[in-house]
Design a binder for this molecule. Sequence first.
Ligand code: IMP
Ligand code: MG
Length: 175
Amino acid sequence: MAENVRVMLSEEDVTKRIRELGAEISKDYEGEELVVVGILKGAAFFSTELAKRITVPVYMDFMATGSYGSGTVSTGDVKIKKELDLDVTGKNVLVAEDIIDSGNTLSFLLKYFEDKGVKSIRLATMLDKPDRREVDVHVDYTGFTIPDEFVVGYGLDYDQKYRNLPYIGVMEFDD
Ligand code: IMP
Ligand code: MG
């Protein structure tokens, strides 16, 4: 079965949108400081590029969660594979995710940060696939809302491949 990636959002589209989100976030947190928590590995690029565009003081940290096997369908069972390094108690936390699909990962993370006694918690996602939502989660900053298609690139993988593509593309299969 041959795999092909069709461009959905170009490198320029993504870069421009991340700058806009950075400006919006900088305004919203004026006078405050912020811990940006990137969720590995998918948000590796988005979280760092976003942090570069935020002008208030930023601390960076990363967590890894898992709910997917090697397929394209979420199992709904979220677990922590890498813990936070910083103490976020009393801090403003901004979770940076690659994509919101079922919403299971974010709803799990929301509870996780609330239990840590953070000052505030907000969610930023590069992509949102609202058609696939199983759990209702409030997203504060969305890069792009996309249809229900399996996408790769800019951190997103298909079986660990294509994460390094500088754009976002749709996986296409033909034989
Ligand atoms: P959720 O818990 O179902 O919202 O899934 C979120 C995670 O599933 C994301 O952080 C991605 O790692 C993965 N995921 C969901 N949709 C896609 C996709 O279209 N391409 C690649 N990974 C995806
Ligand atoms: Mg993934």
